[in-house]
Design a protein around this ligand. Structure first.
Ligand code: CP
Length: 316
């Protein structure tokens, strides 16, 4: 814990203040520059041990946490669901307690159950970082999204950010709504009524059941993946119908401001929620989001597992 970031864990964006978020973004900008150097390693977390416990699939989050930890000189150990003893029936708590008994400084958890990182945080001595829990939150995704937007737009005041897709099942949407509202952006969400949580307006957003009016005049359009693995029932007739009514086509993207940023957290279903022309177009910052993922995760590891009370990243 440091004076400028008064939290022991990162469980979600909801508990953070605007100042906490800005602290992470400012630090991420500094770590971003370190990642651009030929020698991308600083000794800040030398001697620290971080376990990434991923009990759901991941490419970007798991890899970027590993790279982030290694760039800070931490020892990073990856434990995946299929290769862990959870596949033999061990409970999440027993797995985590056994890992923590090896004297960890942080556990990064991705889990299919909402609230799993909160549960672990009540039982472990080390920092717990939420890398995505069920349909609840994905805080580092929202932080890297905010960092990407700030790099291009400078600030959030006066910006309209439109989030399109399966809002109901999306932890990315939930974390982004909290982050962007705290940072001062206007947030619009669009999706089929069956994929829109009841009472979503209470989070301070405007909700639309058509994509066109939500995208019109937007500064940023964030497209979400259909969470097919979380959809127990039929929320729309078929994928082609979803694509026809909510897919971000070039024509729909042109309704936004000419310098609008196109974002997607990945993985993308090309041709379903976003057309390849838009995903690969000049306004797309989708791969920049991934680049920022490393810097933001370096910042989070530094704040939660770094030397207490230090305010500056250590230069190599
Ligand atoms: N955006 C994101 O969480 O991607 P992964 O599932 O690949 O980590």
């Amino acid at each position: 814990m440091t004076r400028s970031f008064p939290h022991r864990h990162l469980l979600g964006i909801e508990p953070l203040s605007r100042e906490d978020i800005v602290t992470v973004l400012d630090l991420a900008d500094r770590f971003y520059e370190i990642s651009e150097r030929p020698l991308k390693r600083v000794p800040t977390l030398r001697g620290k041990t971080v376990v990434a416990l991923f009990l759901e699939p991941s490419t970007r989050t798991r890899t970027s946490f590993e790279i982030a930890g290694k760039r800070l000189s931490a020892d990073v150990i990856n434990v995946a669901g299929s290769s862990s003893s959870t596949s033999k029936g061990e409970t999440l708590l027993d797995t985590a307690l056994n890992l923590a008994a090896m004297r960890l400084d942080a556990v990064i958890l991705r889990h299919g159950a909402s609230g799993a990182p909160h549960f672990l945080s009540r039982h472990l001595d080390c920092a717990v970082i939420n890398a995505g829990d069920g349909t609840h939150e994905h805080p580092t995704q929202a932080l890297l999204d905010a960092a990407t937007i700030r790099r291009h737009k400078g600030s959030f005041e006066g910006l309209t950010v439109t989030i399109v897709g399966d809002i109901l099942h999306s932890r990315v949407a939930r974390s982004n709504i909290h982050a962007l509202a705290k940072l001062g952006a206007t947030v619009k969400v669009a999706g089929p009524r069956t994929m829109m949580p009841a009472g979503i307006e209470s989070l301070g957003v405007q909700a639309f059941d058509r994509i066109e009016p939500a995208v019109e005049g937007a500064d940023v359009v964030m497209v979400l993946r259909l969470q097919l693995e979380r959809q127990a029932g039929a929320f729309f007739p078929n994928i082609r119908e979803y694509s026809r009514t909510f897919g971000l086509s070039p024509a729909r993207a042109r309704l936004a401001k000419p310098n609008c940023l196109i974002m997607h957290p990945g993985p993308m279903n090309r041709g379903v929620e976003i057309s390849p022309e838009v995903a690969d177009g000049e306004q797309s910052v989708i791969l920049e989001q991934v680049t920022y993922g490393v810097a933001v995760r370096m910042a989070v590891l530094y704040l939660l597992a770094g030397p207490s009370g230090e305010g500056e990243p250590t230069a190599p």
